[in-house]
Design a protein around this ligand. Structure first.
Ligand code: PAF
Length: 287
């Protein structure tokens, strides 16, 4: 375990040291909040730390760019990595322990287990465009929950389908940790904060807020009584006109993520993924 002289954040890179420190805390009666991340921290991640601090006394942030949730064609190699600035941000947010394991520490030789998912992981949204992604996410999150056994774990609503998948998995597999979602942090122009926003060239960065604007417009239309299919048609046309290639722009039941045809059928969530040049943006909003 290591901590720089002026730092209160302890940096841990192996599971045995992590468990030893957490056992100390539990013996001292502390509660533990977990914030799993892949690093490249921004204000969205820090809002998760702040939320965690409302529910637990000791906060563990994990940084692990999980290869199992990237397809070979995706950006695992170029995913932004910024350990020192991340550690400084976590320190400024008054976190306690940063767990940053190596690939070998998480996927030892002979690793052969994956969590098989259905329900909100198989509804034709991200799962349709990123086959295998949620199995990779669920497996690593299950490992982190077992390694830390936190009282609460915090995830952003930015990855809304991921949040529902994790809630379903922890309910189904009897994890004791409470899973909480935190609303998406946005730039002033409405763009959801994302570690991948750094890849947006200036021209595309200027167009990107059209996606959250279309989501807001669609939610407003539905709230004003426009039929869901009509509101979706208008929103899809708006982002196509702004230059996006749309993977999906859908209205779904907010918990099951199953199809929903009218507001009367339950809480509605709008979810979208669309590509602007080489960058794929995802976003969602409650209706
Ligand atoms: O949302 C993320 O950053 C990742 O999917 C997570 C939950 C840390 C698992 O690798």
């Amino acid at each position: 375990m290591a901590a720089s002289p002026a730092s209160r954040v302890e940096i841990v890179r192996d599971v045995a040291s992590l468990r030893a420190r957490l056992a100390d805390w539990r013996r001292a009666g502390e509660t533990i909040g977990l914030v799993p991340t892949m690093g490249a921290l921004h204000a969205g991640h820090i809002s998760l730390v702040h939320e965690a601090k409302k529910h637990a006394r000791k906060i563990v942030l994990t940084i692990f760019v999980n290869p199992a949730q990237f397809a070979p064609s995706e950006d695992f190699g170029s995913y932004p990595r910024s350990f020192e600035p991340d550690a400084a941000l976590f320190e400024a947010a008054e976190g306690d322990l940063l767990f940053a394991p190596s690939g070998e520490a998480m996927y030892g030789e002979g690793f052969a287990t994956t969590i098989a998912l259905a329900g909100p992981a198989a509804v034709g949204l991200e799962d349709r465009f990123r086959p295998g992604h949620f199995a990779g996410v669920a497996t690593i999150v299950a490992k982190l929950l077992n390694q830390c056994r936190p009282d609460v774990a915090i995830f952003g609503e930015k990855d809304y389908q991921q949040l529902q998948v994790i809630k379903r998995m922890t309910r189904d597999l009897d994890f004791e940790t409470e899973i909480l979602g935190v609303p998406t942090e946005r730039d002033a122009d409405g763009l959801a904060l994302s570690s991948r926003n750094v890849f947006l060239p200036a021209k595309e960065r200027a167009l990107a807020p059209s996606l959250p604007a279309a989501l807001r417009g669609c939610a407003r239309d539905i709230n004003e009584g426009v039929a869901i299919e009509t509101a979706l048609y208008t929103a899809r046309a708006a982002i196509a006109a702004a230059g996006f290639a749309t993977d999906y722009f859908e209205a779904r039941h907010a918990e099951t993520l199953g199809p929903i045809a009218s507001r009367g059928e339950g809480p509605v969530r709008l979810l979208a993924a669309a590509r602007l040049g080489k960058t794929r943006l995802i976003d969602n909003i409650a209706v």
